[in-house]
Design a protein around this ligand. Structure first.
Ligand SMILES: [Fe+2]
Length: 313
């Protein structure tokens, strides 16, 4: 290489091994090692992230959280002090291992089932029936239908209703019942998922006026304000509402909460836990099943366990 060629070479390939001297010769080995090390670090990080994601998917779609609440009310009859309610919602024709034992562990006085027992995609309701029978053996049950229960065929829904009747599960379809204890009573009302019924008009026509303590079961949490208005215009009050449907918002990043719920859209207001509005309180369960083939993330299954207390907190 003559002088002129060497100058050209240095201009074009300033870092080429030919242009280096002494210990700088053949640095390609070190660069390759650095690249391999970087690739290894990226591989380890991606593997850890993948394992964490898979682990969280398994946890979210199998673990059931039993979240405990205490609800105080001056209007609650003294006989119901310490009365325990377990809410089971959005079963979606699934049977999760340990669910019935977990419900039993909460020692419920009653169990309220707030809709979507069936699933519009997995429409054979045999598994749902099995679960209803098992749950009915734990404590008296009260049930309302959800949108998926309305989406299956009339025959399947009739089969589920007959299963409920056979096993003493009270199906509330725009109706209410009185629950008595120690000579006192509270009211349990239930509204179904028929779009017309969501106006509650048919039930409100015969709804008792007065100060009776009312527990209201309804599938859709986004109807909370409408429930309050309807009960107040009928001269009553929905003291305690139980709802489901939102599935916790499907993905629940910490400090943000649920990202999406049908009927409420993105960043939904009502997805999990307790909500107070005026003198009414609503509990929303994240449910114990997934709709169709959807999965949830950072959003475990959920039982609401509510203990009633007579008096002020
Ligand atoms: Fe649901």
């Amino acid at each position: 290489m003559n002088t002129e060629e060497r100058i050209n070479s240095e201009e074009i390939y300033p870092e080429s091994p030919e242009n280096r001297t002494g210990y700088e010769i053949n640095p390609g080995g070190l660069t390759g090692e650095k690249k391999r090390s970087r690739r290894k670090r990226v591989f380890i990080i991606l593997t850890v992230l993948l394992l964490l994601t898979v682990g969280e998917l398994i946890r979210s779609n199998n673990y059931i959280q039993a979240e405990e609440f205490t609800f105080f009310s001056n209007d609650l009859p003294k006989s119901f002090d310490g009365f325990r309610i377990v809410q089971v919602s959005d079963i979606h024709n699934r049977s999760i291992g340990g669910l019935v034992d977990k419900i039993r562990d909460q020692k419920p006085d009653i169990i309220v089932i707030t809709g979507d027992v069936a699933d519009a995609i997995r429409t054979d309701t045999d598994r749902a029936d099995e679960l209803l029978i098992a749950v009915s053996e734990v404590a008296p049950c009260y049930l309302v239908w959800g949108n998926h229960d309305m989406d299956i065929s009339g025959e399947e829904r009739t089969k589920m209703r007959e299963c409920c009747v056979r096993h003493g599960i009270r199906v509330l379809e725009n109706s209410f019942v009185s629950l008595e204890k120690g000579g006192e009573s509270i009211l349990i009302a239930g509204t179904d998922s028929d779009p017309d019924s969501r106006k509650f008009t048919s039930m409100m026509e015969s709804f008792p006026k007065g100060e009776e303590f009312v527990i209201w079961l309804h599938h859709y949490p986004e109807d909370f304000e409408r429930i309050i208005e309807s009960s107040e215009s009928a001269g009553s009050r929905a003291d305690l509402v139980f709802a489901g449907h939102a599935h916790g918002g499907l993905i629940r990043p910490p400090f943000i909460g649920g990202l999406y719920a049908p009927g409420q859209g993105i960043f939904p207001k009502y997805t999990s836990g307790q909500y107070n509005e005026g003198e009414s309180t609503m509990f929303v369960s994240r449910g114990v099943g997934n709709s169709g083939y959807t999965l949830r993330f950072l959003d475990t299954f959920h039982l609401v366990v509510c203990e009633l207390k007579s008096g002020k907190m």
